[in-house]
Design a protein around this ligand. Structure first.
Ligand code: PTJ
Length: 256
């Protein structure tokens, strides 16, 4: 990886980009994942590359959902595996969730490579290899899930999901937590909890909230009820449209 000076104004974004490149080289991330990364970067740039308040509230609501679920599952694709594998494992531990590899462009080879990559980062069990159940009303490869994983889950975290599958999972009556930097994406729009943030910030943030909620007297149902998905989406759109104000950028709105 090219050395990126720590004082580079867009250090974190460039490190993230290199992780995706490495993911492609290792056979974890699809080449489509490079395009998805570019789309994500553009939105993150407009958000000021930071977690806005409404995304933090969404992360807290997501933590409350995952903690109160009967069977929470974290879905992992090629981009998420490349960007934050250890953070996914830590979140699974914090909320007692299963981890399942679930790919848009599924090949058995890539599922196996991602499962191994997650185990290399501390996962004890990774689902997604059996693929013995289907999400109804979806074309074949994208519909494959494990019967004792996503099929059985009552709450699923789906970072960077494609819109069709997000809708199909929602139609199965599952609580669906989506992480996507684009508040206008169909997955974000249909989610029970849309988190408009970069997955590299959102996943550790959900884990932090989960640990905090577990150690407090907060009522999980109250945290869930207090979250307003439509307001969170509107707030993210506002932050993107405003070059100053609440955007976290310098007062003149300049972006590096
Ligand atoms: O590994 P696979 O085969 O499951 O494929 C995964 C990708 C992401 C390639 C696939 O699901 C795909 O093509 O997704 P899309 O339709 O390009 O959507 C990706 C969405 O994720 C876009 O709305 C991006 O803005 C958003 N996004 C990209 N990078 C990030 C992100 N959101 C949060 N954090 C990111 N780092």
């Amino acid at each position: 990886m090219t050395d990126i000076p720590v004082d580079h104004p867009r250090h974190d974004s460039l490190v993230t980009r290199h992780r995706i490149e490495e993911g492609v080289e290792k056979g974890i991330t699809s080449t489509q994942g490079l395009i998805a990364q570019g789309r994500g970067e553009a939105f993150d740039y407009l958000l000021g590359e930071r977690t806005i308040e409404s995304a933090d509230a969404a992360a807290r609501a997501a933590a409350a959902h995952l903690l109160s679920a009967r069977h929470p599952v974290l879905s992992v694709n090629g981009n998420v595996a490349a960007l934050c594998p250890a953070e996914v494992v830590a979140l699974a531990e914090a909320v007692g969730a299963d981890i399942e590899v679930n790919l848009f462009g599924r090949t058995d080879e890539r599922v196996r490579a991602i499962a191994q990559h997650l185990r290399d980062h501390g996962a004890s069990e990774v689902k997604g290899l059996t693929a013995d159940a289907r999400i109804p009303d979806l074309s074949h490869e994208r519909a494959k899930v494990d019967a004792d994983g996503i099929r059985d889950a009552d709450a699923v975290l789906v970072p960077l999901e494609d819109g069709d599958r997000a809708e199909a999972l929602g139609a199965m009556g599952k609580v669906e937590i989506v992480i996507d930097l684009n508040p206008l994406s169909r997955s974000a729009q249909v989610a029970t909890v849309p988190i408009i943030d970069n997955v590299v910030r959102a996943i550790p943030n959900i884990a932090r909230h989960a640990r905090d909620l577990r150690g407090s007297d907060a009522d999980l149902d109250d945290v869930i009820a207090a979250f307003d998905a439509e307001a969170a989406l509107a707030d993210a759109e506002r932050a993107i449209r405003s070059p100053t104000g609440d955007s976290g950028l310098s007062p003149d709105g300049a972006r590096d």
